[in-house]
Ligand binder design. Structure first.
Ligand SMILES: [Zn+2]
Length: 390
């Protein structure tokens, strides 16, 4: 059977596991683990505290530090309320395309890795090739977050990561982070005629927003020199504010939704520190002077770390050699790459399929994209295995 035919079969199997982020991915992980073990990889399945989700980390080659991680997420976005032409979890082939939920985002890449294990094993003779297949990427990179915490403490930590998110096989070296927060303001209701006797949650939310808007200006001033992002600085957005009951009632509750897209990790820390200081030093003391139970609580909806483009990036340079590309771009969507960078690894994004198809009804990947991804992995076998040095 040709590699492409095998890849088609494996992708069909992977798509048939309905690994929507809200559900378990354990059967998909077991399937992937079995193929890796058969190829001789050392496989670790790391279950999350709930026991229904797992990351898989596997290694071909010697037990030593360094080497490359091939990385992808096993979860997919929901299909509810989307007009699919056929069952999203039964792969269908039409006109050189394979349709199914997760076909491009990003089970296609995982399938190409699983088909090329023999070549990768030979390539990993001198330095290891690892695999990281995670859970819950689509809901804030929860799996990868847990995985990098494990890797951070290891003596045998890998050096590079290739994340196979769909880029049409273009080499991507950077994206902004994406951090989303929901802030709940709890005040004290009262009659509108006596504002000083209550704590107006909407008013405190408005002052919090005012501080965020000041910080937005400060972020423009902090724009890193030479930033290639568009816009080049970290942005803040106020996405929603709800609260209050009626014209003549002091608003007892308000809920604010906002997001930030940092270009550098320092900006994220800057905004969080500044807003925490404003809440702790100014807003909360004022609120609690009137009502002891008044509160401001922040829920982190997701904090996807950005991938900062770096002058020195061995992972990018390796993928240049694998694909023949000589330039790397930036993308407007987030991935797990920044988490790997956050523990000192060098990371790059390059994978089959188009992000335009991701998350949509009738998601598909072109067979030719799978072919190109497999060619990249073949080439990895040739040039990675030939080098002894890190
Ligand atoms: Zn993805």
């Amino acid at each position: 059977m040709s590699d492409l035919a095998q890849c088609r079969d494996v992708l069909g199997d992977l798509i048939a596991f309905p690994t929507i982020s809200a559900y378990s991915n354990l059967s998909a992980i077991a399937y992937i683990a079995e193929r890796l073990e058969t190829a001789g990889a050392r496989v670790e399945v790391m279950t999350d505290p709930g026991g229904q989700k797992a990351n898989l980390f596997a290694t071909l080659g010697p037990e030593r530090a360094g080497g490359l991680v091939l990385s992808g997420h096993t979860d997919v976005v929901p299909v509810a309320d989307q007009p699919w032409s056929s069952d999203p979890f039964t792969m269908v082939e039409r006109d050189g395309r394979l349709y199914g939920r997760g076909s491009c985002d990003m089970k296609g890449f995982i399938a190409t890795c699983l088909v090329k294990l023999d070549g990768l094993k030979a390539a990993a003779r001198h330095r290891p090739i690892h695999f990281a297949f995670t859970h819950d990427e689509e809901v804030g990179c929860l799996g990868a977050r847990a995985l990098v915490e494990v890797l951070r403490d290891r003596a045998c930590r890998p050096a590079m990561a290739l994340i196979g998110e769909p880029t049409q096989m273009q080499v991507i070296e950077g994206h902004k982070g994406c951090c989303e927060y929901t802030v709940t303001f709890t005040g004290a209701e009262g009659h509108g005629s006596a504002p000083e006797k209550g704590v107006n949650a909407v008013e405190y939310a408005a002052r919090y927003i005012g501080r965020l808007l000041e910080l937005r200006q400060a972020l423009i001033a902090r724009c890193p020199a030479g930033s290639r992002f568009d816009p080049p600085y970290t942005t803040l957005n106020i996405g929603g504010l709800t609260g209050g009951h009626a014209h003549n009632v002091i608003a007892g509750k308000a809920v604010l939704e906002w997001e930030m897209r940092p270009v550098v990790a320092e900006d994220l820390a800057f905004v969080k520190d500044e807003i925490a200081a404003y809440v702790g030093d100014v807003l909360l003391p004022e609120m609690r002077q009137v009502a002891a139970q008044a509160d401001i609580s922040t829920e982190v909806i997701g904090e996807v770390a950005g991938l900062e483009p770096m002058a020195e990036n061995a992972a990018r340079d390796l993928v240049f050699r694998l694909t023949g590309a000589n330039r790397a771009d930036l993308v407007p969507f987030g991935t797990e790459a920044g988490l790997f960078q956050g523990i000192g690894m060098q990371a790059v994004i390059c994978g089959p399929g188009s992000i335009e198809m991701a998350h949509k009804p009738d998601e598909y990947i072109e067979l030719d994209q799978l072919r190109q991804s497999m060619a990249m992995l073949d080439r990895l076998g040739e040039i990675y295995g030939a080098r002894n040095a890190e």
